[in-house]
Design a protein around this ligand. Structure first.
Ligand SMILES: Cc1cc2nc3c(=O)[nH]c(=O)nc-3n(C[C@H](O)[C@H](O)[C@H](O)COP(=O)(O)O)c2cc1C
Length: 178
């Protein structure tokens, strides 16, 4: 059986992002039946404009929606800004509303926040938007996996239990996509 391609979507634009570092770790420990594809091109997306949400789509938007379409499941890892999703990541999600790529697509998230409150606002909003876009949220693939900046070396989380937890989430997503 061919591996399940899982798109790893980071919600952070920061070069030293802990969220992206966690997704890099996930890519490194992915089970053999998972093909991880890391997507970090948030800055390439234009501001959402309904007038532009028509064919031909802006190239970066078409690439992003194509990456979702070509994946069997999607794993999100995003920070919280001001109690909600970062605007740039909400912008990505807005670009998916007009398409069918997320429809019935298995989605999970890993919440890397190590802060009190645990970025609950961002993840409540993520659930709302994914539900609106008809994505299939996989409960077993939605986990808090706290990360500290000290856990990151050369852009990757190196702490073993944290890495192992991401592998479990990928396994749950792959099972949902199979
Ligand atoms: C503009 C801004 C707003 C933030 N708001 C929150 C917040 O509401 N709740 C929270 O837990 N952390 C908040 N933070 C902290 C970030 O979530 C934290 O720095 C996180 O590690 C960023 O993820 P990254 O390293 O992947 O970029 C905020 C950071 C910034 C820059």
């Amino acid at each position: 059986m061919s591996p399940v391609r899982i798109l790893l979507l980071s919600g952070s634009t920061r070069s030293a992002s802990t969220n992206t570092a966690l997704l890099r770790a996930a890519a490194e420990v992915a089970p053999v039946d998972v093909e991880p594809v890391l997507w970090t091109d948030l800055m390439a997306l234009p501001h959402f404009d309904p007038d532009d949400d028509v064919e031909p789509l802006p190239a970066a938007v078409a690439r992003m929606r194509g990456a979702i379409a070509d994946s069997g499941a999607v794993l999100v890892c995003t920070p919280e800004y001001a109690g909600a999703l970062p605007g740039s990541f909400k912008n990505l999600l807005d670009w998916t509303v007009g398409g069918t790529e997320t429809s019935a697509k298995p989605f999970g998230w890993i919440n890397a926040s190590g802060r009190p409150g645990g970025a609950a606002g961002a993840h409540d909003e993520l659930r709302t938007v994914l539900t609106y876009t008809d994505a299939r949220i996989v409960p077993e693939a939605c986990r808090a996996i706290p990360v500290q900046r000290a856990d990151v070396v050369d852009g990757v989380v190196v702490v073993e239990p944290v890495r192992a937890a991401t592998a479990e989430v990928l396994r749950a997503l792959a099972a949902a996509a199979a």
